[in-house]
Design a protein around this ligand. Structure first.
Ligand code: EPU
Length: 430
C-alpha cells in the first residue's frame, strides 16, 4: 500500500478550491436509481468512495460515464444484482441503495454495510423506516433481502437525527404512495443537497434542513442535471492546516455558513478567521489556546472534524477536552499522535489533550479517513519527517490530497507501494 512522506515544520500559505462534497455525492449516487431517465452530475469528487459507488451502480445495470468531474448515469434499465459483500462493505452508502431499488423494482438485496471503523454504526433506523414504508426486509446470510408490494407514505420518527437514515428514507419515500413525514431528521447540508437533487428530478420534498421533512410521493422521477456543492469537510481540513502550521490558508468556493462551528472554535482558540461570500481564510502566527470541543449533529461541531481538530489542539497552550458524542470509537488517531510526542489521555468518550510545544515526525498508521487527515495535519506541523501508512483511507475522501497541500507549500509525496520502505511502526524519527 502507498505511503505518504511529509516533511513538517513549514507554515502553509496560499489559496485553494476544494472539489465537490463526497458525502452529498454518495447520497445522490445511492438514490439516482430512482430516476428513469438519464442524470448528469457535475463537480463530483474523484475519490475512492465515489468510484466504488459508481461501479456498484453499473452492477445494477446503470450506464455510467465519467467525464472529468461530471458523471452521466442512465438507470432506465436497472435490474437486481448480487453484490460481492467485500465490495459492498467498502462503503456504507452501498446500503442506501436498498430503499430506492425497492421503490423501482419491488425487490432488492444488499449486503450489510461497511465504511470506516469508527463505531458500531447500526442500520436499525433505516430498517424500521423502510418497514414502516411497507417493505419487508430479512437478514439472510449477512445480506438484507427486501421486497414490497408497493411503498406507502408513513409517519417516521428517528431516535437520533442520523444523516444517512434521513437521506435513505427521504429518497425512498419520494416514490411511496401518499405523504411521508420524517420527524427528527438530520439537518446536515448534505440532506438539503439530496432533497434539492431529488426535487430537480420531480420529487416533492419540503422541509429539508429542518427537523421535519415532508415527502409527497410521485409515480416516477425523471432525469436532470445537478451540480454538487463543495466539500465542507475537505475545506475544514485545509483551514485547520493553516492553523496548525501557523500559516495562512484561504479556501475558495465554499459556503461559510456551513463551517460556522469550526470557525467559531478556531476563533476561540485564537486563530484569525476572515470570511467572504464564498471563502474563508484561516491564519495564525502564534501558539493557539486550548479549547473544549464537543461533537454534535449539524449545526454542532462535526464529528468528521473532531480528529483533525484534536491534532491541532495537541500543540495548543493548555489542556483541551475533545468529546466525541456521535461515534463510540472515533479514536484511532490518539495512539498515533502520542507517538509523535502529543499528550492525549482517553477518558470515556473524551480525549484530554495537554498541549505540547512541538511534535516530532514518526512512522504512523491511519486507522480511518479522518484519522488519516489528522495525522497528516500533525505531520505538517511536526519537526522532521513522518511516514503515514494506510493512505487508502485518505483516498476515500480527499481528492488530490498531496497536490492540494503542495500548492500551499507543503513538502509531501506519495511513495508507491512497490517502492515503500519497510518502516517500524513505533519508531519515532528524530
Ligand atoms: N445510527 C444508529 N442507527 C442507524 C443509523 C445511525 O444508531 O440506523 C447512529 C450511528 O451509529 C451514529 C449516529 O447515529 O452514532 C449518527 O450516524 P449517521 O447515520 O448520522 O452517520 P452516517 O450517515 O452513517 C454520515 C457520513 C459520516 C459522518 C456522519 C455524521 C456519509 C457517507 N457518511 O454517516 O461521514 O461522520 O454522517 O455527520 O455521508 C466521513 O466522511 O468521514 C464520515 C464517516
Amino acid at each position: 500500500m502507498d505511503i505518504l512522506r511529509i516533511e513538517g515544520g513549514r507554515p502553509l500559505h496560499g489559496s485553494l478550491r476544494v472539489p465537490g462534497s463526497k458525502n452529498a455525492s454518495l447520497a445522490i449516487l445511492s438514490s439516482v436509481v430512482l430516476a428513469q431517465d438519464p442524470v448528469v452530475l457535475h463537480n463530483v469528487p474523484n475519490v475512492r468512495d465515489t468510484r466504488v459507488m459508481s461501479d456498484l451502480l453499473e452492477l445494477f445495470g446503470a450506464r455510467v460515464e465519467w467525464n472529468g468531474d461530471s458523471i452521466s448515469i442512465d438507470c432506465s434499465e436497472i435490474h437486481p444484482a448480487k453484490l460481492d459483500p467485500e465490495v459492498a462493505r467498502q462503503i456504507r452508502t452501498s446500503f442506501y441503495l436498498l430503499g430506492p431499488l425497492l421503490a423501482r423494482l419491488g425487490h432488492a438485496a444488499i449486503p450489510a454495510p461497511g465504511g470506516c471503523r469508527i463505531g458500531a454504526r447500526p442500520v436499525d433506523f433505516h430498517l424500521n423506516g423502510l418497514g414502516r414504508l411497507g417493505a419487508v426486509i430479512d437478514l439472510d446470510m449477512g445480506e438484507y433481502v427486501g421486497r414490497t408490494d408497493g411503498l406507502k407514505g408513513a409517519d417516521l420518527y428517528l431516535d437520533f437525527p442520523s444523516a444517512g437514515a434521513t437521506q435513505h428514507l427521504m429518497a425512498t419515500a419520494t416514490m411511496a404512495e401518499g405523504v411521508t413525514v420524517i420527524h427528527n431528521g438530520a439537518i446536515e447540508p448534505e440532506v438539503v443537497v439530496l432533497a434539492e437533487f431529488l426535487n430537480e428530478l420531480g420529487a416533492r420534498i419540503e422541509g429539508a434542513g429542518t427537523g421535519i421533512i415532508t415527502v409527497t410521493g410521485v409515480s416516477r422521477l425523471h432525469g436532470g442535471s445537478f451540480r454538487i456543492p463543495s466539500d465542507r469537510l475537505q475545506a475544514g481540513t485545509y483551514m485547520l492546516a493553516g492553523a496548525i502550521t501557523r500559516g495562512e490558508v484561504t479556501v475558495n468556493g465554499i459556503l461559510p455558513e456551513s463551517q460556522s462551528a469550526l470557525t467559531s472554535k478556531l476563533k476561540e482558540s485564537g486563530a484569525k478567521v476572515v470570511e467572504g461570500n464564498d471563502w474563508i481564510r484561516v491564519s495564525s502566527d502564534r501558539r493557539l489556546d486550548a479549547i473544549n470541543v464537543k461533537t454534535m449533529p449539524y449545526p454542532g461541531f462535526p464529528t468528521d472534524m473532531q480528529q483533525p481538530m484534536a491534532a491541532v489542539l495537541t500543540l495548543a497552550d493548555g489542556v483541551s477536552v475533545v468529546e466525541e458524542t456521535i461515534y463510540e470509537s472515533r479514536i484511532g488517531h490518539v495512539p498515533e499522535l502520542n507517538r509523535m510526542g502529543a499528550k492525549i489521555r482517553l477518558e470515556g468518550r473524551s480525549a484530554v489533550i495537554t498541549g505540547v510545544e512541538h511534535l516530532k515526525g514518526a512512522n504512523l498508521e491511519a486507522s480511518d479517513l479522518r484519522a488519516g487527515a489528522a495525522l497528516s495535519l500533525a505531520a505538517l506541523a511536526a519537526e522532521g519527517e513522518s511516514y503515514i501508512r494506510n493512505v487508502h483511507f485518505i483516498d476515500r475522501g480527499y481528492q488530490d490530497f498531496e497536490s492540494q497541500l503542495r500548492s500551499l507549500g507543503a513538502v509531501i509525496e506519495r511513495i508507491p507501494a512497490s517502492e515503500s520502505p519497510i518502516l517500524e511502526h513505533s519508531e519515532v524519527r528524530p
